[in-house]
Design a protein around this ligand. Structure first.
Ligand code: ATP
Ligand code: MG
Length: 575
């Protein structure tokens, strides 16, 4: 492959639109271009890399026994209404009408379509287990499309749907997918961490996310430093460490004027108290009913957890007027003592004494609050996010550490929700009609590609794992005007291509500096520099991108030497 016959528009400048390194590299290395927010074109080298990721995914799904299909991107809206998910996902779905005015949607995921298929095609237990997958385009009207391929409006996902006769079967299917995911990410040269996840709108029982640890990640997670516990912040249950009794625990509550101190930080500073000594009181409307929610002053309410505990369909923070009406004070001064509302408290507040809360009066707080003595708490439950430094809920001995992550894959046990809603059933060996149990498994294929770049790069550019690099080798004749140099480059390219290596030959008549810079930016794993000076000494130079090592070999030995390097690089990404 010759550079001059390709479309590789590398950029010197860091494009304004790209905030994170991997997005900048995708643009600068000429792999993608933006059409509009969240919509990208893959240029030839980007497409090559994407194909390799897709192929790894495909091979591992096939290996795990899943069957490849291809479902439509456009679905009748009615199908989504049957499972009740149109109401849940309608804002995220692109909605269109055909010329007969029929309501259609562009699929953000395919549980409904896969289940509809199984409802028609599966009748007997003999047809189970069945795992169907596709590699296909998804559409999501994301609130904030950003970071290039990471959160796009249109992206490629591998989605798989398993159907089993019983719980033991689901467990096997789930394990098989989990293992396949580990193999896929390893083969892509990506280090991932599987974390326990919330099953959220999916409504299933178990779920794991595969995270790439990165500061640019949009997900928060915690991991234990002593055992293997790791969980998404949405779900993690950190155990409280630190005191629950503070000065004044024995005294009765007392009102202290706190003019204008509305925030936790301002109140903590005013009392010179640690934020954990404060009790934060938030007023929510759960299905329109006001409810007070208490968490320690250093923590945030986790609304997913709260919604589950309250069993509320709709949950929103109350507006200022409602807060003033139900607490008798403006925003910032609510507290649990004497509050005529249902109060739920974070379990980390159990045993809190000597705490500081709002006084339900303008510009005043209460000190010496003993929660059990002074307030009527309807229920204690896990309502807050885990924090860095919490004790591990699994082993209790370890501490949790907060990390950022990029979710590249997600596996779920779904239960029977979709099969029941769409009438999928089968006859068991005794001829009794049963409902299959479902699992679903997604990998963001385009997001995975970018996540590799986020993890594998340096100041000069990309460091491609050989398995998904657009090409394994770049041959770089330093001066193409020098005939022997070009000759040697062409000969080496031909020999490597003959041996099955994919090679990019930088045959541009450019200054060496430009070519070297682009080579580092593009970051193909193995590079061979061919120059007049080294040829005069009877050698060419092999340079490995990941560690910068240089080896000089005679031109005739170069093909074998390059292949030996390639073999080592392949071994590093073997599952
Ligand atoms: P997120 O929490 O990041 O919005 P999600 O949990 O909604 O993702 P899933 O429904 O689990 O996503 O989809 C499966 C996979 O598809 C995700 O693990 C992720 O890798 C990928 N993905 C989801 N949304 C996007 C997007 N907008 N752009 C690119 N990839 C995405
Ligand atoms: Mg997910």
């Amino acid at each position: 492959m010759r550079w001059t016959q390709q479309l590789i528009p590398t950029l010197r400048e860091v494009p304004q639109e790209a905030e994170i390194a991997s997005h900048q590299l995708l643009l600068r290395a000429g792999l993608i271009r933006k059409l509009a927010g969240g919509l990208y074109t893959f240029l030839p080298l980007g497409r090559r890399a994407l194909r390799k990721v897709e192929q790894i995914v495909r091979e591992e799904m096939d290996r795990a026994g899943a069957l490849e299909i291809l479902m439509p991107a456009m679905h009748p809206q009615e199908l989504w209404e049957q499972t009740g998910r149109f109401a849940v996902l309608k804002d995220v779905m692109f909605k269109i009408k055909d010329r007969q005015e029929r309501n259609m949607v562009l699929g953000p995921t395919h549980e409904e379509v896969a289940t509809e298929l199984v409802a028609h095609e599966v009748q007997s237990y003999r047809q189970l287990p069945l795992n169907l997958y596709q590699i296909q385009t998804k559409f999501r009207d994301e609130i904030r499309p950003r970071f290039g391929l990471m959160r796009a409006k249109e992206f490629i996902m591998k989605d798989a749907y398993s159907f089993d006769a019983d719980e033991a079967g689901v467990e096997r299917s789930y394990r098989a997918m989990y293992t396949a995911y580990e193999r896929i990410f390893k083969r892509c040269g990506l280090r991932t961490k599987a974390v326990e996840a919330d099953s959220g709108a999916m409504g299933g029982s178990a779920s794991h996310e595969f995270m790439v640890l990165a500061d640019a990640g949009e997900d928060g997670l915690v991991e234990c430093d002593a055992c293997c516990y790791a969980a998404n912040l949405d779900r993690a249950e950190g155990l409280h460490r630190g005191p629950r009794e503070f000065a004044g625990a024995e005294l009765p509550p007392a009102v202290v004027p706190t003019p204008g101190r509305r925030t936790m930080a301002a109140v903590a500073a005013f009392f010179q108290a640690p934020p954990a000594r404060l009790i934060k009181t938030l007023i929510y409307l759960a299905d329109q009913q006001p409810v007070a929610v208490l968490v320690p002053g250093d923590r945030e309410v986790n609304e997913l957890k709260l919604q589950r505990v309250l069993q509320a369909t709709a949950l929103v923070l109350a507006d200022d007027a409602t807060i003033a009406r139900v607490t008798g004070a403006p925003v910032g001064f609510a507290g649990p003592v004497g509050l005529p509302l249902r109060i739920v408290a974070d379990e980390k507040l159990q045993g809190y004494r000597g705490a500081i809360t709002g006084a339900n009066q303008p510009d005043a707080h209460l000190i010496n609050v003993d929660l059990a003595r002074d307030a009527r708490i309807a229920a204690f439950a896990d309502l807050s996010n885990a924090l860095d430094g919490d004790s591990c809920p699994r082993c209790a001995a370890g501490r949790l550490h907060a990390r950022r992550g990029i979710e590249v894959g997600h596996v779920f046990k779904l239960g029977t929700k979709y099969c029941t809603a769409l009438g999928a059933g089968y006859l068991d060996a005794a001829g009794v009609r049963q409902t299959p149990i479902m699992g679903c498994y997604g990998i963001g294929v385009t997001r995975t590609l970018q996540a590799v770049l986020e993890q594998s790069r340096d100041d000069h550019g990309i460091i491609w794992p050989i398995s998904i690099a657009p090409c394994a080798v770049e041959v770089l004749p330093i001066n193409v005007q020098h005939a022997p140099t070009l000759q040697a480059a062409l000969a080496l390219t031909a020999a490597l291509e003959h041996a099955g290596c994919d090679v990019l030959l930088d045959d541009r008549d450019e200054r060496p500096g430009v070519k070297f810079k682009d080579a580092d930016l593009l970051g193909l794993p193995i590079r061979v520099n061919i120059g007049e000076k080294s040829l005069a000494k009877g050698v060419v130079e092999i340079k490995l991108r990941h560690n910068g090592s240089l080896t000089a070999v005679p031109p005739e030995q170069a093909p074998a030497a390059v292949q030996a390097c390639a073999q080592e690089l392949w071994a590093a990404v073997a599952p």
